[in-house]
Structure formats: structure tokens, C-alpha cells
Design a protein around this ligand. Structure first.
Ligand code: ADP
Ligand code: MG
Length: 659
């Protein structure tokens, strides 16, 4: 055992509400294939239960605990290894996308739900595991929802997968949705950890109203509110729910100083921060949603649900009485805040999940046991995308390319680019780009106007060194320059580049290149010759995955997308091509940002010939688009569409499960 010291947090653990339930809990896990565990945030579910199961003996194999968020997986693993006195990465470890901190000794493994899905791809029976704990199920993240369905399905098939019938599945959730979860798993028992919380007074401060529904004015009001609380309330730390990124939050403040934690809804249930007495709730959350106007997933700032607001308020009552200040008013609460959040599976693109299911032999992706089934048209549109990228064939079966694609933890289009580049022997150009697109933005934009100018000049220098203006080569150039410089960190500082981000891009690049190498070594990996310049080769590779994101210049500085939506878009000011619009005709772009306008970011000019043969693919299965048929008057043409759609559906999903 890799004990670094005596178990560290013994002083805390017995005081947690879960401690009295230890024996009963272990027994409940032993007696049931499925168990739902619920309890107030902070009662000890995530950090303690895996330890109890570890102590109770683990002949059954590893204990895997999934989290919807990577920060939570890492933080909790750190905490638990510390409590048990182990070195992180030995008995207790974590795995998140592009960061594996486990070893062969790891018994308690915290991981993102996405990583667990990948493990199931490699080993459908999860033979290494005795217990799988799906944590934070109430968050209803896309991957957790799919895992819930897979666990149920695999268990029903216990005969053919004999291992899965002895696998214990525990689903943990805040106090919401437990009945629904239990019903889903054949009315399995619900174990409730009795908790103790203090009353929280709630105030609606009415600082924002219906006109602020777009989420543009709340930050200022939140800051004023915090200053108010600080000057008028007695001692106690403040937790502020905003939509920004999470920072270092666990350090206790020095005596006489009040800590103010600014957090996203990660602090609502995933992490426990001690000392909080006041909560300031902005009422907003940033979430990924399918935007039908744009036809793709877009990050949007939207009002939170009432249940989320209750969770946020509850954080003030962990250790003593508390107060929650809501910057919105009663009217906002009644009119704009839904009772519950729509689960991610019903609002985002399902493409990679559907591909994963197909690769796992789930052919009928429409009748898969979803806790809440996504709308059929979302499933169909995912199938359509998979077909466009040649990941499945017209019969809905996974292609060889699809099996290669599923191995990459990247968006499908980017994976397609990478594989195309590998076939043409120029992956060294695309691997860094895929890596740079997988990490946070590397370009620093300082707040100070003078510094901002300086940063812009530096960035423009890099761009012009990169030759042709285009945001993808710009990233490649940053990656290469930084890598080859004598001191990468000081190169970054001089050029206003985010060193930490580039450093993780280095690591992502080598991991992607390992996956690619493995695939290239397979017998049937075919390669091709390319005739043309390096710049053409580069941009044609990009087209193979970005032909879904093509736009053509229309009037003035605006462009029109070619995906059938015909949306008007503008080049984002952060692009190297901003201001050069008049010289452009066709472009591809990596993503879309919706504010008052629709902006495309990470842009590259292309030639029409390169996408000419690919674009029809976008419309080939358009005939199957259902969306208009639900109206009352259906035209002949739409009936024809409907019929072909039905045929498509039968081919893609409704066939008997081939397994
Ligand atoms: P639950 O999963 O039920 O919400 P956790 O197991 O996450 O509860 O947390 C149980 C307790 O452990 C918390 O109340 C807190 O006191 C402590 N704790 C958890 N994580 C940390 C951490 N990173 N630092 C300090 N204390 C922590
Ligand atoms: Mg928890």
C-alpha cells in the first residue's frame, strides 16, 4: 500500500451523516444489483461510500465512480487519496479526458462519465470492476444518461454477458429524481442518508427582470450584491453562482478575511466548500444546447431551473444558519425559471453517443432504454451526421471508418480531418491543430487597452509568420514555435500566449498521435498520394471534416452558411481573417458563437472545388428530415419525404437488434 502518512482526515469522517449508515450501506450494496443512494450535498456520498466498499473487501474488482465534470473527478480523487493516506494515482486515482492518473494498483477510480463510456467500448462487460457508481445522476449529463441505459440493458442481457450480472451498480443523486431512477432499475431500493442542514432565508432582490432574460446585465448586479453582503452582513464566507470558470476555492481565508467564492453550478452539488453562510445567485447558467437556428450545439446563457436555485440556496446552510440573495425577483422566478432543467440528452447533439452505441452493438438506437428518450428527430439527425461523415452506411451499420473514429475523444468532424490527414501522410500538421482545439483558448486578451494592443501586435506577427492568414495555421504556428523555442514558458509570456494551455496541447497531441499510430498499424489502413501545394493539402484535409461548416460570402462582410439553414454569419473579431472579409469567398469555420449576431470562429478560406463533391452529402438525406411533417396540411412532397424518412428510420434504427 502506498500510504504516505496516517490516514489524514479521520477527524472529519466520523462526523459525516453517512458514517452511522456504514454497515447498512455496505449490506445494501451486497444484497442488490442496483441501488439508488441519495442524501444532502456534503453528507459524504462521493468521498465516503467508495472507501467503505474498499474496506469491506473487494474481491469483485475495482470500484469505479463516474462524475459528469472533470474538475470534480480530479478534486474528489485528491481528497479521498488524502483521507486514506495514499499517494494519488496508486490505490486511489482518477481518469479524465487526456489525463490518466491511475496505475495497475488503482482500486478506487474516479473518472468522468465520458471515460467510463470509453472503457465500456474497450471492455463491454467491465470485467475489471466489481462496483460502478454513477454519481451526480440528477445532473442528467448526456454520458451519465447513456451509462444508465447501458447498465440496465447489459443487466437484462445477463445471460450472454455473465459478468455484468454480478456487477453492482450504484446510482447516486441529490434528493431529486430518486423515485424515477428506482423505477428505471426495476424498483430497486433507494437508500437515503439522513442529513442535517440549517435553515436558509431566501430573498428575491429584484435587481434584474424580464428585460435581462438574455443574461447580459447580471454580472454587474451580482458584484453590487456581493459588496452589499460584505459590508452589511456578519462573518461568514460568500458563494457566488455565476457562469464563469472555476478557480482555486478550497483554501481557508486568513483570520479576519472573508472568502468569496465565485463558482458555476459545479458548487451546487459536486463539490463541498466549507464555511459558506451566504449565497448570491445570479439565476443564470451557461449550458450547451442545440440551437435549431444555427443547426449545431452552442453555449448559451440561460435562466436556471427552480430546483437548481433551491440547490444553490441550500449551500448556505451547511454549517450554520445562512442567507441566500437572489438577484432576480418573484416574477422572474415564476415566469422564466422552469421547474427542472431539460436533461442534456434532450438538448444536445447525440452524434458521438449514437456512434458509441452502434459500436457497442446497440443497433436500435431509437428503442434503447433511455431514462428520458431524446426526441426522435435528434436521433435521426445524429444518424444523418454519422452518415455524412461515413461513420455508418445507409443501412445504419458502423463502417470501418466509424470504428476508427470512435476511438478519438474528439468531435466527429475533427476526427475525420485527422484520419484524412493520416491517409495523405500529413498528420503532423493536423495533430497539433486537433490538440489546440481541445484545450482552452491560447490567445491572451489583456483587459488593459495598451497591453491589449501589444498582445494583438504579437499575435498578428505570429499570424503573418504563418504565411497565409488563417486561424488553423495560426494555431499550428503557435504550437510549433512554442515547442521549438528554448524556453517555451518565456516565449509564451513574451507573445501573450497562455502557457498552461499550450502545455496541455503538447500532451494532448502526443496522446492523439498514439491513438492514430495504433490505427495506422492496422492491416487495412489505406493511404493515398496528393498532388498540390502544402497549403492546398492542408486546407483540403480540413474540408473533409468541416464541409458541414461551410459559408459563402454574401453581402458586405456577411456570409451565408451552406448547411441548408442558410444562416447569416460574421467572422468573429478574434479571427486572423477579421477585416479581410472583402477578399474572401468560401470559408470553413470551427464553431459558432451566438450573441446579438452569429459569429463564426477559427476560420479558413477554401475553394469551392474542394467541397463541391462533399456538400451534396449534406442534402442527400435531407429528404428524411421530419421536422415539417407534423403540421396539419401535409403536401404531396412532404408525404414523399415522410415515406423516405420512414424507410431511412427502418434502416437506421428500427431493425431488430442485431446482437
Ligand atoms: P456528497 O457527495 O454527499 O455531496 P462529499 O463526499 O463530496 O459529499 O463530501 C463529504 C464531506 O467531505 C464534505 O461535507 C466536506 O466536509 C468534506 N470534503 C469533501 N471534499 C473536500 C475537499 N476537497 N476539501 C475539504 N473537505 C472536503
Ligand atoms: Mg457528491
Amino acid at each position: 500500500l502506498s500510504r504516505t502518512s496516517r490516514p489524514a482526515a479521520a477527524e472529519n469522517m466520523p462526523r459525516l451523516p453517512i458514517y452511522q449508515q456504514k454497515e447498512r450501506l455496505v449490506e445494501a450494496v451486497r444484497c442488490n444489483a442496483f441501488l439508488v443512494v441519495t442524501g444532502e450535498t456534503g453528507s459524504g456520498k462521493t468521498t465516503q461510500l467508495p472507501q467503505y466498499l474498499f474496506q469491506a473487501g473487494r474481491e469483485g474488482g475495482k470500484i469505479g465512480v463516474t462524475q459528469p465534470r472533470r474538475v470534480a473527478a480530479i478534486t474528489v480523487a485528491q481528497r479521498v487519496s488524502h483521507e486514506m493516506g495514499f499517494t494519488l494515482g496508486r490505490e486511489v486515482g482518477y481518469q479524465v479526458r487526456f489525463d490518466d492518473c491511475t496505475s495497475k494498483d488503482t482500486v478506487i477510480k474516479y473518472m468522468t462519465d465520458g471515460c467510463m463510456l470509453r472503457e465500456i467500448l474497450a471492455d463491454p462487460g467491465l470485467t475489471q470492476y466489481g462496483v460502478v457508481i454513477l454519481d451526480e445522476a440528477h445532473e442528467r449529463s448526456l454520458n451519465t444518461d447513456v451509462l444508465l441505459g447501458l447498465m440496465k440493458k447489459n443487466h437484462c442481457r445477463g445471460g450472454s454477458h455473465s459478468r455484468s450480472s454480478s456487477l453492482k451498480v450504484i446510482v447516486m443523486s441529490a434528493t431529486l429524481e430518486t423515485e424515477k431512477l428506482s423505477a428505471f432499475f426495476g424498483r430497486c431500493p433507494v437508500f437515503t442518508i439522513p442529513g442535517r442542514t440549517f435553515p436558509v432565508s431566501e430573498q428575491f432582490c429584484n435587481l434584474i427582470g424580464p428585460k435581462d432574460i438574455d443574461g447580459s446585465g447580471y454580472v454587474k448586479e451580482v458584484v453590487n450584491m456581493v459588496l452589499d453582503v460584505h459590508t452589511s452582513e456578519t462573518a461568514g464566507d460568500i458563494l457566488v453562482f455565476l457562469t464563469d470558470q472555476q478557480r482555486q476555492i478550497f483554501q481557508p481565508p486568513p483570520a479576519g478575511v472573508r472568502k468569496c467564492v465565485v463558482a458555476t453550478n459545479i458548487a451546487a452539488t459536486s463539490l463541498t466548500i466549507s464555511g459558506i453562510r451566504y449565497v448570491v445567485d445570479s439565476g443564470f447558467v451557461k449550458q450547451l444546447a442545440h440551437n435549431s437556428r444555427v443547426g449545431m450545439d452552442v453555449l448559451e446563457i440561460v435562466p436556471i431551473s427552480k430546483s437548481e436555485a433551491e440547490q444553490r440556496a441550500g449551500r448556505a446552510g451547511r454549517t450554520s444558519e445562512g442567507k441566500c440573495f437572489r438577484i432576480y425577483g418573484r416574477e422572474f422566478w415564476e415566469k422564466y425559471m422552469p421547474d427542472y432543467m431539460v436533461p442534456e440528452i434532450q438538448r444536445t447533439s447525440l452524434t458521438s453517443v449514437i456512434l458509441t452505441l452502434k459500436c457497442l452493438g446497440v443497433h436500435d438506437v431509437i428503442r434503447f432504454p433511455y431514462l428520458d428518450a431524446p426526441e426522435e428527430r435528434f436521433i435521426l439527425s445524429a444518424l444523418k451526421q454519422l452518415y455524412q461523415f461515413d461513420a455508418i452506411d445507409r443501412r445504419g451499420h458502423v463502417t470501418e471508418l466509424g470504428r476508427q473514429m470512435v476511438q478519438f475523444p474528439l468531435p466527429l468532424g475533427l476526427t475525420r480531418v485527422l484520419l484524412r490527414a493520416a491517409a495523405l501522410g500529413c498528420e503532423e500538421l493536423m495533430l497539433p491543430i486537433a490538440a489546440m482545439l481541445s484545450v482552452e483558448n491560447v490567445f491572451i486578451r489583456p483587459g488593459h487597452p495598451e497591453k491589449q494592443k501589444e498582445a494583438e501586435t504579437k499575435h498578428r506577427e505570429i499570424a503573418s509568420d504563418a504565411g497565409k492568414n488563417n486561424d488553423f495555421t495560426m494555431m499550428l504556428s503557435v504550437f510549433e514555435k512554442c515547442k521549438s523555442s528554448e524556453s517555451p514558458s518565456s516565449w509564451c509570456r513574451e507573445n501573450w500566449i497562455h502557457w498552461r494551455a499550450v502545455k496541455s496541447a503538447f500532451s494532448v497531441e502526443s496522446q492523439l498521435s498514439e491513438i492514430l499510430l495504433r490505427i495506422k498499424q492496422q492491416r487495412d489502413f489505406s493511404t493515398e498520394e496528393f498532388e498540390g501545394s502544402q497549403s492546398e493539402l492542408f486546407r483540403q484535409c480540413l474540408c473533409s471534416g468541416y464541409f458541414t461548416n461551410v459559408a459563402r460570402r454574401s453581402i458586405g462582410k456577411s456570409f451565408c452558411t451552406m448547411d441548408g439553414h442558410g444562416s447569416t454569419v460574421h467572422i468573429h473579431p478574434s479571427s486572423a481573417l477579421f477585416g479581410e472579409e472583402s477578399q474572401l469567398d468560401w470559408i470553413i469555420f470551427h464553431d459558432v458563437l451566438v450573441t446579438s449576431r452569429m459569429y463564426v470562429r477559427t476560420v479558413c478560406p477554401i475553394r469551392y472545388e474542394w467541397v463541391k463533391d462533399l456538400l451534396p452529402k449534406l442534402h442527400e438525406v435531407d429528404a428524411y428530415e421530419l421536422s415539417n411533417v407534423a403540421r396539419e396540411e401535409v403536401t404531396e412532397e412532404e408525404v414523399a419525404k415522410w415515406e423516405s424518412k420512414e424507410a431511412f428510420k427502418r434502416q437506421m434504427g428500427d431493425q431488430c437488434d442485431s446482437s
